[in-house]
Design a binder for this molecule. Structure first.
Ligand SMILES: Nc1nc2c(c(=O)[nH]1)N[C@H]1C(S)=C(S)[C@@H](COP(=O)(O)OP(=O)(O)OC[C@H]3O[C@@H](n4cnc5c(=O)[nH]c(N)nc54)[C@H](O)[C@@H]3O)O[C@H]1N2
Ligand SMILES: Nc1nc2c(c(=O)[nH]1)N[C@H]1C(S)=C(S)[C@@H](COP(=O)(O)OP(=O)(O)OC[C@H]3O[C@@H](n4cnc5c(=O)[nH]c(N)nc54)[C@H](O)[C@@H]3O)O[C@H]1N2
Ligand SMILES: [Mo]
Length: 830
């Protein structure tokens, strides 16, 4: 029930990327009247708590000060969200695909093209329960593929993703579509082998790095980094404020990227355009310059590193006869050799840090482990950990509940609501398939890989295996149940996934989702789930970069149509399963864990770490509690200063405890891997990849496509927000009135191709084509074209070789994984 008193805003957390724990968002106030959301606006932390109680921190450097604010720096993705709640795209009631008859013809081949008819909740739940039972009887629980790994609205008790696993775990299991460390693959598969840094592979000791740079830094390299854009998906504009702060202090901001992104355009002192996914060549040439000119820190390497001699030998050309000179690199990466030398010399003479959000496409493409570990190699050559020389993320703040991931002063406690979370059942699963291998696993089993392929695992997991699906004697996939229906839009080679979803072996596809978009159109049964505005919940804000908060989220409006929360959707199926008795007996209560929503919220409250003198009732009344800053925050060593000062006393998590320029574990476990050898290399081509412009395939497909994370979308989310679609640069209105996804083309290339702004173009390769609306601009370098990732599919011709009008370019992204033994996804391609 909505019990809103007029004038009292409803507190909620809005974030769309908090994969995993369901929490972590930017806190907002919602004004509601007569069951309608009027507006969403910033939330004030100092309503019930004073700055003194919060022990507000203050950075002081070079005669200037920087302080956190007391209201949230809300992002447009949150401000607009009522448009998403009330989207025309919302699914109003359960539906069945008209061509699909569970008791007759199933017509898998018409998935994606057939229509739907309305059915009742009861009928829908009966059908899904009946299909689960049939899978169990005819095959095994592992015949059900659970797709539950997407990002989504930040919800805890009514988790956006994974409620399905709570139920299926109780019914004997399932096959998990295993999400990989897909946002930081290069760090994970590569950098970890140089400096440990579990679980991500990026610097995981970030406390006080901003303080350190403010005091000692000369420059920050924004290497594939856009803090005006990507922090918006989680939090808000704190990262933007920090860029202004650096400018105020005179800290140089040097951008290295193929495009002038939103941060580059506003804050950059210098832009160094680099061709997509060629950073490894640029990095090797920087190392070459330092070695030749003797401007790296050999004394530091003597005490902090192993294997540098092997790396030096490779860089100088000892291994392959090719010295990695700036001239050599220029031909590959497009950066003039004089610029490379100037950058190398500036870096060697100054205190330079590297900033990321997650790292941009250069650590998400084919052989992404190479540039990621080369970055660590370069940082090491300049004594990483010394004052002003670090690596940090603008964005993670305290994500994953790891206090040391926050580059700003940390608070006394990072609240976690794990105990109340009703989504994904964590832990390793008996049956799983890396997400990137799903189309192959469905259509051409068996498939094989190494490791559990998830972000939280330690470095050693990468050597575990090989794993096979299906395991010997096990069933292949016959049913898909998804609460994350955007595989085709977001993953590698989506046209192939369309073929997999229409494959004859797939007897049933169930999708639960609030919106009619993307893979939802391939479902046989559609179950309408809803947004967090329609339920009561508990949440945390650990990501907006100011205060760590726990809040109680009242229900704001009644559910739209017949929709239910994802948790309630699964409860309907649990109830329907009970009729089969046996293991299914009492399933609803087992699934609910014997608690009401309010009781689960209370579990969250009690385990969140709020002080004991705050009662549950008081918490609900005041709606939030923010944790103060640690008293001793100034004494926390910046970044990896302790390793810098005392490598023996504070070793890294590598086998030697030092930086490993030669990885003995990689050479031991994968002695024949020429794509990820023990020393970081430049890799031309390999398993399934020929993406370099100068190779044979480049003659046919000469442009490299950059597909950044969208400023006004979160992946596949928000594409239906009319306020955004009206922004001129957000969509290009074609001559037919259709709003096409923009494609940036440099004037030099536009001249050669005869293109003008407003033209509709076909972006294509052998896997198919997507359309886009041209914007001719110098904000993209020649040789590369740029179209955001995540546009909503509007496919005209389905399957490999198909055509998409929506501009969902992942449909044509390479299907092969990062490299031979690194089963991640690859997104830049010719
Ligand atoms: N070309 C290219 N491809 C990329 C990237 C890139 O930069 N370029 N980036 C990659 C990265 S880093 C990532 S993380 C992935 C993201 O890939 P995903 O995490 O798969 O994408 P999302 O669109 O964030 O979310 C998944 C789905 O969850 C749905 N959803 C949201 N809230 C709810 C809810 O409450 N209930 C239910 N049932 N569903 C909900 C959304 O509508 C969407 O369909 O994309 C990757 N793909
Ligand atoms: N608004 C918004 N916020 C988001 C998301 C979203 O979809 N929308 N997604 C969230 C998720 S899941 C993630 S993982 C993060 C992603 O955060 P990031 O990884 O930081 O984001 P990207 O957009 O992939 O890349 C950042 C910048 O890298 C540059 N770049 C692209 N290719 C290359 C290259 O080959 N070399 C170099 N040197 N630079 C390159 C581009 O300038 C781009 O703007 O963002 C999160 N936040
Ligand atoms: Mo991501």
């Amino acid at each position: 029930m909505t019990t809103n008193v007029k004038g009292t805003p409803i507190v909620k957390g809005l974030g769309f990327d908090s994969f995993g724990l369901g929490a972590n968002a930017c806190t907002v106030d919602i004004d509601e009247e007569q069951d309608k959301i009027l507006r969403i606006r910033p939330f004030h932390f100092d309503e019930h708590q004073t700055p003194e109680e919060l022990n507000a921190w203050k950075l002081e450097a070079r005669g200037k000060t920087f302080e956190p604010g007391f209201k949230t720096l809300i992002s447009p993705l949150s401000l607009c969200y009522k448009k998403r709640v009330y989207s025309k795209n919302r699914i109003p009631y359960p539906m069945r695909r008209v061509d699909w008859d569970p008791n007759g013809e199933r017509h898998p081949e018409t998935r994606g093209t057939s229509g739907y008819e309305r059915i009742s909740w009861d009928e829908a739940a009966q059908i899904v329960a009946g299909e689960i039972k049939r899978m169990h009887d005819e095959y095994s629980p592992e015949a059900i593929l659970c797709e539950i790994d997407g990002h989504g609205e930040t919800k805890v008790v009514h988790a956006a993703h994974g409620c399905i696993t709570q139920l299926l775990d109780l019914c004997g299991g399932f096959t998990l579509q295993a999400r990989q460390p897909d946002s930081w693959e290069g760090w994970y598969w590569g950098a970890k082998h140089v400096w440990g840094m579990d679980p991500l592979g990026q610097q995981n000791q970030q406390n006080n790095v901003i303080k350190d740079i403010s005091e000692h830094g000369d420059a920050v390299l924004f290497w594939g980094c856009d803090p005006e854009t990507t922090p918006l998906g989680w939090g808000g504009y704190m990262a933007s404020r920090l860029c202004y702060w650096f400018t105020e202090l005179g800290i140089k901001q040097i951008h290295i990227s193929p495009d002038v992104n939103y941060t580059n355009a506003v804050h950059a002192d210098k832009w160094i355009p680099v061709l997509p996914n060629t950073d490894a060549a640029l990095q090797l040439a920087i190392a070459y310059t330092w070695i030749k000119e003797g401007t790296y820190d050999q004394a530091y390497l003597d005490t902090h590193a192993v294997g540098f001699e092997n790396f030096r030998h490779y860089v100088l050309g000892g291994e392959d006869g090719v010295p990695k000179t700036p001239k050599w690199a220029e031909r590959i990466c497009g950066v003039p050799s004089y610029t490379i030398k100037a950058l190398a010399r500036y870096w060697a003479a100054h205190a330079v840090s590297i900033a990321h959000c997650n790292g941009g496409s250069f650590i998400r493409s084919c052989f992404a482990h190479e540039p990621a570990r080369l970055e660590v190699a370069l940082l090491g050559m300049q004594g990483v950990g010394k004052p002003g020389a670090n690596q940090f993320k603008f964005m993670e703040w305290t994500l994953f509940g790891i206090p040391t991931l926050d580059p700003l002063p940390p608070s006394v406690h990072i609240p976690s609501l794990g105990a109340a979370y009703r989504g994904y059942v964590t832990g390793t699963k008996a049956s799983f398939i890396p997400k990137t291998m799903i189309p192959e696993a469905i259509m051409n089993p068996p498939v094989q890989w190494y490791g559990h392929i998830a972000a939280g695992f330690p470095r050693e997991d990468q050597f575990d295996g090989p794993y096979t699906f299906p395991p010997e004697g096990g069933s292949r996939i016959h049913m898909v149940w998804s609460d994350s229906p955007c595989w085709e839009t977001c993953w590698n080679g989506g046209f192939k996934m369309q073929d997999a979803l229409r494959h004859e072996s797939i007897e049933c596809v169930v999708v639960q989702h609030p919106w009619m978009e993307n893979d939802t159109l391939f479902a046989d049964i559609i179950l309408p789930s809803n947004t967090k505005f329609e339920t009561e919940d508990i949440g945390t804000d650990c990501d907006s970069g100011q205060w760590n908060v726990v809040f109680y989220e009242r229900q704001a409006i009644q559910p739209i149509g017949e929709s239910k929360s994802d948790k309630e959707v699964v409860a309907e199926v649990a109830r329907a399963l009970e009729q089969y008795g046996g293991v299914y007996e009492g399933m609803l209560d087992k699934y609910l864990g014997g608690k009401t929503d309010d009781e689960w919220i209370k579990v969250g409250f009690e385990t969140s770490g709020v002080p004991e003198d705050l009662t549950f009732e008081e918490f609900k009344e005041r709606q939030y509690y923010a944790f103060p800053t640690r008293e001793d925050w100034k004494d926390i060593p910046a970044g990896i200063r302790q390793f810098h000062d005392d490598p023996e006393g504070h070793p890294l998590r590598t086998p030697s405890g030092k930086l490993e320029y030669y990885s003995t574990t990689l050479s031991h476990y994968f002695p024949d891997d020429r794509e990820r050898g023990p020393i970081p290399h430049w890799i031309d081509e390999g398993a399934g990849h020929q993406e370099r412009q100068y190779l044979e395939r480049g003659r046919k497909y000469p442009f490299l496509l950059v597909s950044n994370h969208p400023h006004f979308r979160v992946h596949a989310q928000h594409d239906d927000v009319t306020w955004f679609r009206e922004i001129e640069t957000c969509k290009v209105t074609g001559p037919d009135g259709y709003k096409y996804e923009p494609v940036w083309v440099n004037p030099v290339d536009a001249g050669k191709l005869g293109l003008s702004t407003g033209d509709v173009v076909k972006v294509y390769n052998e896997r198919g084509a997507v359309l886009g609306g041209v914007i001719v601009t110098e904000r993209i370098m020649p040789g590369a074209v740029y179209q955001d990732h995540g546009a909503r599919c509007d496919t005209v011709v389905l399957g490999e070789g198909g055509l998409d009008r929506g501009g969902a370019n992942n449909l044509i992204a390479p299907t092969a994984t990062t490299s031979k033994n690194a089963q991640n996804r690859q997104q830049i391609g010719l």
